[in-house]
Design a protein around this ligand. Structure first.
Ligand SMILES: [Zn+2]
Length: 81
């Protein structure tokens, strides 16, 4: 795998935090998105981390995208007794 524009899972996971914090730009961000498009396992991982991050962000009163917030709320409702 010598394609310069493709990163592997190890690299993707290393960049995961930066990606979630929107600290990746340009080429790095594109590589990450390319990897996520073809790698189901990293994609699920990122989705999980996103949700986790969104719920902690809510506690810190950081803005959460409305769509994401609605999804979390419905998730919470699902698990509420
Ligand atoms: Zn991967």
């Amino acid at each position: 795998m010598n394609e310069p524009h493709v990163i592997d899972c190890e690299e993707a996971l290393r960049r995961l935090v930066e990606y979630l914090d929107a600290e990746l730009h340009g080429e790095s961000q594109r590589q990450m998105e390319q990897h996520l498009e073809r790698c189901r396992s990293c994609f699920s991982r990122i989705e999980f981390e996103k949700r986790l991050k969104a719920s902690t962000a809510e506690l810190r009163h950081e803005p959460v995208p409305p769509e994401l917030e609605r999804r979390i709320r419905s998730l919470v409702d699902t698990f509420k007794c």
